[in-house]
Ligand binder design. Sequence first.
Ligand code: F6P
Length: 544
Amino acid sequence: MPPTALRERKAWQALQRHYAEISGRHLRDLFAEDPGRGERLTAEAAGIYLDYSKNRVTDETMRLLIELAAESGVPERRDAMFRGEHINVSEDRAVLHVALRMPATESLIVDGQDVVKDVHEVLGRMRDFATRVRSGEFKGYTGKPIKNVINVGIGGSDLGPVMAYEALKFYCTREMTFRFVSNVDSTDFAEAVQDLSPEETLFIISSKTFGTLETLANATTARDWIVDALGSRDAVANHFVAVSTNAERVAAFGIDTANMFGFWDWVGGRYSMDSAIGLSTMIALGPEGFGEMLAGFHDMDMHFRTAPLAASLPVLMGVLAVWYRDFFGLQTVGVMPYDQYLKRFPAYLQQLTMESNGKHVTLTGRRVDYDTGAVYWGEPGTNGQHSFYQLIHQGTTIIPVDLIGFARGLNPIRDQHDLLSSNVFAQAAGLAFGKTEEEVRAEGTPDRVVPHRVMEGNRPTNTLLCDILTPRLLGSLVALYEHSVFVQGTIWEIDSFDQWGVELGKVLAQQIIPELESPSEPALSHDSSTNTLIRRYRTLKSGS
Ligand code: F6P
């Protein structure tokens, strides 16, 4: 843990003074004075080229931000994570998603156990199972091969698998159908199965705890669907597998633990897409592709572990996020992938970033006196450009944006990929440099329209430029954001690996369920708003 509180760290105080000096500077001037910054303020690793020159920083800013990372103990905490120390203090757990992608040749002993060996044992079982399902050897209850795979899970047990499936669809088998059910809203389940045959459908019930209400409700519905259609409870063995850390609950639900793929309490839900939670990904992509994705994660892990702080992509992105959140006071970050396959990437990042860094106390339980995690959001480009980019360009709030582009598209048709990519560069330049009043006037714009067409610019972006979207690249991209979250959390001195904030809502919902379901009018003891809403709901529901 860093010896001094954040606001007292030397680099923080220097940054405060520095912010006062440079916050008014315009990117137009910074580029004019220093034409080399577009080449210099860049870094590259694991197939990702990061151009951070269009941020509101100078070399001095970056020097101080890197100093802040060092003074905050980022290298020490990073090494502690890789050693398997219990850096998740509020849950007293190691944080070892990095072990999920270590090659079998490595070993990491934690609490007397070689976790890399455990990881590869499960990977081996996953490979075997995925191969049997893909080849048709694994059969449903009536002897038909499995054609449809439905992952049932929520949060980290859903967002990673669905994001990875969508991102890597180009590489996935088209002979099978993959669906993802997460919402306790039964519409999610109903729509997912409406055109599928139960005889050919496999459910993967993914839940770290196997105690999550939404997942258990959907799993129960799925079990009923199979048993009703196939006429026997015995069908469960052929149509259900579980991914969990809780064998007891899996067995209690009725899934044989021989059909369970395990993982460990040192894998956080939102850091689990490369654990057994990725079983649907492996079936869709094939074991080899899944291995490639793990290699990509590992590439970025190695970079994070070994690169100097000033050349480390996760560190650079992490400290820039802190710069905007704490010094500029900016509240949101946009992530805009210019690749249709990454359409669920922003949703995935929302859990990764906000469940990790949406915290208001430090590791020692002290209320923070600075801002922590920003709101992350986004949509694939160029769709966003025709909806919300207006506000990013001309609104009164500044939104730093990560633009993710690829040199090659997976489905080249005429010049469409260049049309797409031109927008990555155009948006970054437009946001940075804007359009001055003189420029607008020089175009012959009538006086009354001039103010409307002026673009202030000075809006920061990171551009992440990659070659082509592959399983390996996706792994590196996810690991980049994982470690950037880590860097931010370390500077803020918060526990990026717990999620106590989601508990209260769950507990309250449990109290309210019987009040909604009770046939007789229940005695309600909530606040007057909640009581009235429940009564109104009951009246509407009964149709009276
Ligand atoms: O409610 C939040 C959460 O605990 C997430 O952290 C987690 O990814 C999700 O629920 C699902 O949990 P589980 O995998 O245990 O069902």
